[in-house]
Design a protein around this ligand. Structure first.
Ligand SMILES: [Zn+2]
Length: 125
């Protein structure tokens, strides 16, 4: 039996995976294992590589260090919190989360609204 592990929707292309940072690949791989273990729906990636735009606060998408995961009409608030805690806990061990320009502190995941609510997963250089 083979299962679908994730999907790319909206602006995300499978092709973008050729340009992502190994740290992001590591986080994503662990996220897939977590979703499987917890019986969560597989992640739907809505954005990976993005070119310079007027609204992004950082260049993490431009440099292949970030991806956005759909939450709206997909995960419950409880499932979103589970994923956020998992990622923060993961970062306590692996130290791969992007460093916030504002605070100087690592932040691996941001649950925020762009065009829709989503999880922005980001890794450092
Ligand atoms: Zn993002």
């Amino acid at each position: 039996m083979i299962e679908k592990r994730f999907s790319c929707v909206d602006g995300a292309e499978l092709y973008d995976f050729m340009f992502i940072s190994p740290k992001l690949m590591l986080v994503f791989s662990h996220l897939l294992m977590f979703c499987e273990k917890e019986n969560l729906p597989y992640p739907q990636i809505t954005s990976i590589i993005r070119h310079k735009d007027s609204f992004s606060k950082s260049n993490t998408h431009q440099t292949g260090r970030a991806m956005d995961i759909r939450t709206r009409d997909y995960y419950t608030e409880e499932q979103i919190q589970k994923i956020v805690y998992f990622l923060e806990d993961f970062d306590n061990t692996y130290k791969v989360g992007a460093i916030s320009r504002k605070t100087g502190l690592p932040r691996i995941v941001v649950y925020h609204i762009g065009s829709q609510w989503h999880l922005h997963i980001q890794t450092r250089h």
